[in-house]
Design a protein around this ligand. Sequence first.
Ligand SMILES: Cc1ncc(COP(=O)(O)O)c(C=O)c1O
Length: 491
Amino acid sequence: MAPTSCYVRAMTELPREGRSHDAILSDLASLRDDDAKWRDGKVMSLVYDGGEAHQDLLKRAYSLYFSENGLNPMAFKSLRRMETDVVKISLALFHAREGAVGTMTSGGTESILLAVKAARDRAKKSGFFTGTPEIVVPKSIHVAFDKAAHYFGLKIRHVPLADDFRVDVRELSRMVNRNTVLVAASAPQYPHGVVDPIEEIAAITRARGVPFHVDACIGGFVLPWIERLGERVPKWDFRVDGVTSISADLHKYGYAAKGASVVVYRDMTYMKHQFFVATDWPGGIYASPSMPGTRPGGAIAAAWAALQGLGEAGYLDLTKKTLSAKKKLIEGIDAIPGLSVLGAPNSTIVSYASIDPTLDIYAVADVLEDRGWHVDRQQRPNCIHCTLMAKHDGVIERYLEDVRGAVAEVRSDPTRKSRGNAAMYGMMAKVPFRGMVRKGVEKVMESMYGPDGTLDLAAASKEGPVMEKLKEYAPAAFDLWDAVKARIARR
Ligand SMILES: Cc1ncc(COP(=O)(O)O)c(C=O)c1O
């Protein structure tokens, strides 16, 4: 069955004649009726909203360069000029020294993929490296590093976290070996919003002569403003001797349009391994600084416009409101019996969990969703994630009211946790054999992207393949797991 929406019938065949523009635009507007309501501040991830006037500027900037292609800087000098400006502004914000360089990319994942690839190729070209290249990263680091290792044939070593959710530096030091081509850490990490101990890690990488990447995809364009506002922010940028590269997303707290990030390096000796050049293609000599071929001009122009449009004062104002929302959220959550904020988030992300075994946090999430909030559920430990921004300052009281209501509702109905998403996420988080969870999720992806393209997500995720697979295998998996544990205990 083709994908359907309640409002617009599926249109899987090319219309014989082009349709009226009004009809198309009206369909497009209706299609998003079921989407997460970010305009009302009901989404705490995914969308970074700098306000209506700012969005309007981005749209106009984007459409001015809608057709231009950053692949060829000689053809579109304007885009090269804008990219240079954006990179230079970023380098100044990150306290880079002379000689630092960088490029724009399409997003955090591409910036990370490139940093890992550059580190791998740098090590290989050194002539001393023969083993399987390895990267050493905290368990909490963004999965784009796992993707990079998977795509580029590296081994990834995950370092456990300390009780405060920052990486355990002693363990990290133990895992660095002669095959390590890159160590990476976050400023801050996504799951709990804490900045890893960058200075301590840099002391290790310096001593061992290993490059060190800081993933500041979230923090790059907000930590500098938090620091300017007088809050204590642990050092994370090029001021730390030993940090060799940084990723930072303009399309997050840079409040740019989607499709904009930077990856920057201490100097060209690191960045040159990012580039790709082919000399024998019949289409001509081909040189590309980053992963895509075509580079959308609109995203570059909108990022340039975002920086110019907000300026220091604009970013400071947005950050001040964001911090106000964060303070209210932390105080409000910690005042609810049974809930607690995780760690001491020193950025703009707050995650909270249940500290009462009778209160299921995923059931709380379900009730919040019933009340119109888009909720990000996390695992290990099970918790709810909130990426805050300025807009949330105006809605956080309402959010807290709904969290209090959700907690009361879950407490009054003990069956809540065994229904719907709460049951599915609860089981997925607990199943000991992760290969089974992977299989279930792969099945959902196959049904979403398969030839029938069913987009009945409710069925796919709640009662569809994941749930079926887990229901089928989970009891046996838990039994087997108990048996394994008992056997280990007997030894
Ligand atoms: C810390 C961190 N790094 C990297 C990424 C990947 O960014 P993108 O989704 O733009 O590829 C994210 C995304 O949320 C992130 O939070």
